[in-house]
Design a protein. Structure first.
Lengths: 364, 364
């Protein structure tokens, strides 16, 4: 079956491209001598997490306990939950999962450290934890150097958690305008973490992992001596944002949404998928448009309603008619994956079948 | 159980407020002498559609065939699908549904008119249709007056569809800055539709329905003599955007998301829900923030990651601690509903139970 025979909107994943993306990132990590622990929030699909593990990854990263539960139910047992977990209900689930999987968590406050330690100690567990360091993104994370060292000194005294290293996510790379700026962010991120790790070691604290994130910065941070682990996510599919951050080319983009033209005017078209399908995510850089229409460089998605993409004609060239199907490369692959319950896998134009996005919508 | 005992993120719907919102809009429609056909894309929940029907609505509006199927399976049989349906797969489903429900569709091109007519005529059906008119939003819809009349002349010749009236959605009201501007948009929308309907009638074409949309403009368009039907959706919950468009007050907002503080700094906080939970929808007006923290006027959600709300402290006052729970009124209620598989209903602070959002995620 040809992919254009599918009804729309349909989320498509090109398995040839995804396979190639997975292999290349693994090669890069292997040659830099760092472990790759992919962030699986991008695909939210155990089937693809297994591809990454078979390619050489030692474990995975997730954002939510609910994602960890889905991945573990699919047979994956080395999981980092990279979010400061809070509250009695989550402590209960965390410890239940810790009986079945090798878990790691990240945290950056004594409140979270204490809660996890208390819950774990009651069951005789010691949960390995990273301390999250803020590399300048100002989201979560402690300031590097002394504040991190002082925190680790305190946290290592708790009986139910075991310090294994430092973790950071240099999301500020998405504000970079040039490849050189991305490289600088990646190298600074790595250097800052290594410097902070050395400060801890000088204090007698063992630091096994220095773990850095983000797809655009991964290849630069991985080169910094002392970094042990990278956690990119989006590289499995890439997207419009990643092309603009120099992480890939258009031909590497494995995720597209198949849409139908439902209205046509000389200066604009309407497609049958909007923010419910492509997501209204403009990315941290605040993109002006909402995805890229494949094969039509003179079409620009300038606005989204919930069920409509508003497309402007910006130049000369053939226009698709009402009823014609087009593919759109979204701005942000992870956000799109969360909106769909399944994707259709293709190789070339040929449909392979539908796959459940089993960890989508896990909010808790 | 108190709502603050729930784990986070959790979507909350205050049933007292939703009930009151439904009753008030129905009273307004009744006193203006127009039918209310609520757009159920806001709640996507058959249980709440039944509330609207019991309050006096004669039928409902949906955006997608998949939503119509869910609503019909829940016993609702008067359904307008307000989207130009395209393609063989959808024609098959449309006709299958037409055997069980009283359907109406909207369309604005001969391609769609012809396809639906062909499919319906083959089965001996005549599908009632509205012609969508563009009131200045420039999304779908034909220009009013002559272009609409010329189109209706052609479309009424088709054997499988039956013209019932004109339909419009004045989404441009969301760009209005004052209540007066909203009122002008609503009155102009109504007047333009009535004028076009009169032009059709002068041409010998019966026009049973003049149907107008949007929550902010509903009360103004309903007053225009000749309008027969209004199709607001968001009024059932309201949201930050509706407060800013003068459609309601903060105390009318029935939808909130319960979140936990996971990081705290003197100048900013991080909450445990981001674009996956609150949606990155800024609304057509392009809001600067991503929702409203209830009870903390000096907190501003200035950015969202997928799993984090970034909150700025903009003034003096008490700050919630790590582990504390807060409620956020989202920017756009409909977009948020699509992100959650269920909501928890409350009356006051008391939890009633969880309800499935059965028509969420229906993309086709």
């Amino acid at each position: 079956m040809h992919k254009f025979e599918l009804d729309t909107p349909t989320l498509l994943i090109d398995f040839d491209k995804a396979e190639r993306n997975i292999a290349r990132m693994q090669e890069m990590a292997d040659s830099a001598g760092v472990k790759l622990r992919p962030h699986t929030k991008t695909h939210k699909t155990p089937y693809l997490a297994h591809w990454q593990l078979r390619a050489g990854s030692r474990g995975i990263t997730v954002a939510k306990l609910g994602e960890a539960e889905v991945m573990n139910a699919a047979g994956i047992d080395d999981i980092l939950i990279a979010f400061p977990l809070q509250g009695a209900a989550k402590m209960e689930r965390l410890l239940h999962l810790a009986e079945r999987a090798r878990l790691r968590v990240s945290l950056d406050s004594m409140k979270v450290a204490q809660d996890i330690s208390d819950a774990a100690a009651r069951r005789g567990f010691k949960i390995p934890f990273y301390v999250e360091v803020d590399p300048g993104l100002h989201r979560v994370g402690l300031p590097p150097r002394e504040p991190t060292r002082d925190f680790v000194r305190q946290a290592t005294k708790l009986p139910g958690i075991e310090f294994i290293g430092l973790l950071t996510h240099a999301g500020q790379a998405y504000a970079a305008k040039t490849l050189e700026e991305v490289a600088v962010v990646g190298k600074q991120e790595g250097a800052l973490m290594v410097e902070t790790a050395e400060m801890l070691r000088a204090d007698g604290i063992a630091v096994r992992e220095v773990s850095v994130g983000s797809t655009p910065t991964a290849r630069f941070a991985a080169q910094v001596q002392g970094v042990t682990e990278i956690r990119p996510g989006t590289y499995v599919f890439y997207d419009t944002m990643q092309v603009h951050k120099f992480a890939c080319g258009w031909d590497d983009c494995a995720q597209t949404v198949l849409l139908t033209v439902v209205a046509k005017h000389p200066d604009r078209l309407i497609l049958d998928g909007g923010s419910k399908t492509l997501s209204s995510d403009r990315g941290p850089g605040g993109a002006a448009t909402f995805g890229t229409v494949v094969g039509f460089a003179h079409l620009e998605i300038y606005a989204l309603s919930e069920e409509h993409a508003h497309v402007r004609v910006t130049g000369n060239g053939p226009l698709p008619d009402i009823g014609a199907k087009v593919q759109v490369i979204p701005n942000h692959a992870c956000a799109v994956m969360n909106l769909h319950e399944r994707f259709v896998a293709t190789r070339g134009d040929e449909v392979l079948g539908a796959f459940e996005i089993a960890a989508r919508g896990k909010l808790q």
